[in-house]
Design a protein around this ligand. Structure first.
Ligand SMILES: Nc1ncnc2c1ncn2[C@@H]1O[C@H](COP(=O)(O)OP(=O)(O)OP(=O)(O)O)[C@@H](O)[C@H]1O
Length: 621
């Protein structure tokens, strides 16, 4: 291979001005193809667009080399069709990192190593991860109803029974940015989701990675893994690897870990102390009282994760001991010198969120009030989250981050140019979870609805999918409008199987259906109910604060009474003064008790109203 290729390649990518730096470093064609993102700084290539160009160029040359059976690419600029990600105008971060030191386990690595990670031009990436069937599900003779049809298409084969008791399978297909099957290791999920975004945190980025899904679908497994092989730990390793580079020597990393339960924040690294999210004068959200710990190596991250997870699973009250009812937020923040060398500023932040079990949001009509309130808050936060991500992706000016505590504390993850969000929708494969799995896929699908400008891109993908579609055999009748919202079948095919007639439905483009007047009324009732729950939670806080104040005031008054008693027992004490003073104190005490009691009665009324509203809603179901 001639070394002159390096100049031609750089020239093709508009980077010829850096050629000299490559010559000085002795880079020939072979070593050029082995360059990693971490190397780019050595040549002075720091601008994001130039780094992207170089990354893309190297990927194209490598794929050309592979296509040529390992032959060296020519010195011409690559002429082949760019990989799909390049067509979509973003890219690079999600192409495979072949330089990665960590290797996925052999079985997965061998099959998946070269699978490119696709990305559209948007700031949000939605992937699906299917977990394997567990022993219990196998022993119960449940079947696996999820098939991963390709790198980005997943089908759920939902067992259904008609009114005439015949069984059929409704097949729903969804397309996402990427789909991981049950053989994928955490490392592979990490490689295609969080890892490509690590470097952007060093460039001022705010990266947020959510694990969404029903309880037991693998959210914690994905985020935590077994100690440090989950996304938290893997990201920690990479961040510290980069922090060792000379250009980042003035940066430091801190970690924090907290959870949101019923709109309340608890510090998982400080005995679950309650902390508050407040807006400062610049409208930034600051979590007052949250402990941030310096982390100097990946082991510090692991230690913080262990401590936080321990605190989470050994909750102080029975109600929130169940971690699936709270959102856990683990943040790694990079800090560096402030502007002009003064003070310190936040450079970037990586936030990982292990969301509450998505099915918990449906607990709003449970007989237990605490469960209802938890459900309402989970529901509210997941809806607000979806809206914020969509608004961010569609570049709306208005971001509804005030819709929940969760979106409020993540405000800086949604605003600004350099924000990226990854949502990992975790699904359980067993037939018993079909309803929840379908809900998860629909939620993720709504998050990822492509914006209008992407129509062209959509068509290209749809065409690709169409080529694999079975022939359309009959127009499908629109299903009767009924809650939960049913998808509009795009087509139906009819085949037979052992169970009798099997029908397949495909729902690549699911749409909401009109729920009618009854549902409008029901929605209104649900809205009022949820508002009432929010009011109760706020009033509960206010009432507890008022009660605490009343106890402190009473203690002061009791102290004064004791002083009066001591004085009156002295020889020659003024009995009139004693009686007048005691009367004053008793009036003050009565007023304090009366004030607190009025608050208590108001609060009880709200609780009764909530109870009756919950019953009304249950009766209407
Ligand atoms: N991809 C996977 N491979 C192997 N085992 C998995 C995988 N995903 C999940 N599991 C196992 O499934 C079980 C449930 O997973 P996990 O606790 O992560 O679920 P979860 O969604 O976090 O539930 P919760 O909401 O209750 O916290 C665990 O025993 C976990 O080890």
């Amino acid at each position: 291979m001639s070394s002159s290729n390096v100049f031609n390649w750089l020239n093709a990518a508009g980077l010829s001005k850096y050629h000299q730096a490559f010559v000085s470093e002795g880079i020939d064609d072979d070593s050029f193809l082995r360059l990693t993102i971490q190397d780019y700084n050595r040549f002075g290539i720091t601008a994001i667009n130039e780094r992207k160009s170089l990354f893309q160029l190297i990927q194209l040359l490598k794929s050309q080399q592979q296509a040529d059976g390992g032959q060296a690419p020519s010195s011409q600029a690559p002429e082949q069709e760019p990989p799909r990600s390049a067509k979509f105008d973003t890219v690079d971060p999600y192409m495979p990192h072949t330089d990665d030191n960590r290797r996925p386990p052999p079985s997965t690595a061998a099959r998946k190593k070269d699978t490119p990670c696709y990305v559209s031009g948007s700031k949000i990436r939605v992937v699906v991860r299917k977990r394997p069937m567990n022993k219990k599900e196998v022993n119960n003779h449940e079947i696996d109803i999820i098939t991963v049809d390709s790198d980005d298409i997943v089908s759920i084969h939902e067992p259904k029974v008609r009114v005439d008791l015949t069984k059929y399978i409704a097949r729903h297909r969804f397309r996402f940015d990427q789909v991981f099957d049950e053989d994928c290791a955490n490392e592979e999920v990490y490689r295609c989701t969080a890892q490509p975004l690590i470097e952007s945190v060093f460039q001022g980025g705010r990266v947020t990675c959510f694990a969404y899904g029903q309880t037991g679908s693998g959210k914690t497994f994905t985020m935590m893994g077994k100690r440090d092989d989950g996304l938290y730990g893997l990201a920690g390793q990479d961040i510290f690897h980069l922090l060792k580079q000379p250009q980042y020597s003035s940066y430091r990393a801190t970690v924090s870990f907290f959870e949101i339960y019923c709109d309340r924040l608890f510090d998982l690294l400080n005995n679950r102390k309650r902390v508050e999210a407040l807006e400062d004068h610049s409208q930034n959200i600051v979590i007052h009282g949250l402990k941030e710990f310096d982390a100097t190596c990946a082991d510090d991250v692991t230690a913080a994760i262990d401590a936080g997870q321990n605190a989470r699973s050994t909750g102080t009250t029975s109600a929130n001991a169940d971690s699936s009812r709270s959102h856990a937020i683990f943040q790694i923040t990079l800090k560096g010198p402030g502007k002009g060398g003064r003070g310190e500023r936040i450079i970037g932040r990586f936030s990982f969120i292990d969301l509450a079990g998505s099915e918990r949001g449906a607990d709003t009509q449970n007989s237990d009030r605490q469960t209802r309130m938890e459900g309402a808050k989970i529901n509210e936060s997941l809806l607000a989250l979806k809206e914020c991500i969509r608004a961010m992706d569609q570049q709306h000016n208005h971001l509804p981050f005030r819709g929940s505590k969760l979106t409020m504390v993540l405000k800086d993850s949604f605003i600004g140019e350099n924000c990226h969000t990854v949502m990992i929708a975790n699904v359980s494969p067993n037939s018993g979870s079909s309803e929840n799995t379908l809900n998860t896929l629909r939620y993720a699908d709504r998050v990822k609805e492509l914006k209008k400008g992407d129509d062209k891109v959509n068509k290209i993908i749809d065409k690709a999918i169409d080529q694999n579609k079975p022939k359309r055999v009959a127009a499908a009748p629109k299903p009767a409008p009924k809650r939960p919202v049913q998808p509009k079948p795009a087509w139906r095919g009819v085949t037979d199987d052992d169970e009798g007639m099997v029908k397949e439905e495909e729902n690549d483009d699911e749409e909401d259906v009109d729920d009618g007047d009854d549902n409008v009324e029901e929605d209104e009732l649900a809205k009022t109910h949820e508002e009432l729950i929010t009011r109760i939670l706020d009033e509960e806080d206010e009432f507890i604060t008022a009660h605490r104040q009343e106890v402190e005031d009473m203690m002061e008054l009791v102290k004064k009474e004791m002083q009066l008693l001591a004085d009156v027992e002295e020889p020659g004490a003024d009995i009139d003064h004693y009686i007048r003073s005691l009367d004053k104190l008793l009036v003050q005490k009565l007023k304090k008790i009366d004030d607190l009691r009025k608050k208590l009665v108001g609060f009880q009324d709200a609780l009764k109203m909530e109870e009756s509203m919950s019953k009304t809603r249950s009766k209407r179901q």
